[in-house]
Design a protein around this ligand. Structure first.
Ligand code: DHB
Length: 311
């Protein structure tokens, strides 16, 4: 079996697949489930300065080809993640730990990132793309705001920082985003968050399938994969020599992971399939990827990374 060992910046991963920030990663018990699984790393829910209950239920729905959610950043608050990060690190010392950092407003980001300097996180994933906070735009769709947020958080401490980006849909926007990102010494780009503000309607009930924001929510799973692949590929072309890219969006199988690898991803995260299949998905997908690498005679992940062939 070919090895799927990889690295994100300076951090080594024993395999290629771990959890996307969002599903089943809020509490210590949930994080222990990820720790005990074959996931290559443990990633926590994005945290805010204070605990949040999130949006009203129903706020998540499995769909035929994926999922829709409008969770509204339910989390235990940054202080709890600083504390539990040390417990997780003691229990799972060999697994890289990524703690998610978010804000409701701009002023939350420095508070959270400052406090997380005392955590046991190996890296922070700063969320510039939450689509589900009522009345708040996605930061990464406003390049001046993205620049200001990055300038602030990157001046704070030594914890390596990566960013979670939303899907972009236009070459001009990829280039404008890349111009801002290239100013900072980031550890990774995580591409992509859900397609924000999608609407799924149940024709039987004649109502949306989730309640918050009139039914508008983030779309994940198979609906997202071609867009996610495009974002990984574009950022790999523009910034692949500077930053590792983590692919996320519609990875269900080793073949999906292999496609992200060809596009330029250094690792993949899984969200919807982790919700639907549980923690055994990490080992399954990673094994399937290893078999593909072996069959195609790639000696390692590095050997195949970014090797998308042009027609
Ligand atoms: C939530 C959803 C996201 O897509 C995200 O990046 C952060 C938070 C949420 O609704 O909790």
């Amino acid at each position: 079996m070919a090895s799927t060992a990889t690295r994100i910046g300076k951090v080594e991963l024993a395999s290629f697949v771990f959890n996307a920030i969002g599903p089943k990663d809020v509490t210590l018990d949930e994080l222990r489930v990820i720790g005990k699984s074959s996931a290559a790393a443990i990633a926590t829910k994005s945290c805010t300065p204070l605990p949040r209950d999130g949006n009203e239920e129903p706020r998540y729905r499995d769909l035929e080809l994926g999922s829709i959610n409008s969770m509204g950043l339910p989390n235990l608050g940054v202080d709890a993640y600083v504390e539990l990060s040390h417990t997780i690190k003691e229990e799972f010392p060999d697994k890289p730990l990524i703690v998610g950092a978010a804000g409701i407003g701009f002023e939350d980001f420095p508070v959270v990132v400052e406090k997380l300097q005392k955590s046991a996180a190996d890296m922070l994933e700063v969320n510039l793309s939450c689509p589900n906070v009522k009345g708040k735009p996605q930061i990464a769709y406003d390049f001046a705001s993205m620049d200001k947020t990055l300038k602030t958080v990157m001046s704070i401490g030594d914890k390596p920082i990566g960013v979670k980006l939303p899907p972009y849909f236009d070459f001009v926007h990829f280039e404008q985003a890349a111009e801002v990102l290239s100013k900072y010494d980031l550890e990774f780009l995580c591409c992509v968050n859900s397609i924000g503000n999608a609407l799924v309607i149940d024709p039987e009930t004649e109502a949306p399938v989730i309640r918050p924001k009139g039914g508008f929510g983030g779309l994940g799973g198979k609906y997202l994969k071609p867009t996610a692949l495009a974002n990984v590929r574009k950022f790999y072309e523009l910034l692949g020599d500077r930053f590792a890219i983590i692919g996320v969006g519609g990875v269900y199988t080793g073949s999906d992971a292999f496609e992200f690898l060809l596009a330029g991803a250094s690792a993949v995260q899984v969200g919807t399939v982790f919700m639907q299949e549980g923690p055994k998905c990490f080992e399954r997908i990673d094994k399937e990827l290893a078999e593909i690498l072996k069959r195609k005679k790639y000696a390692s992940v590095e050997d195949a990374k970014g090797k998308l062939k042009m027609l």
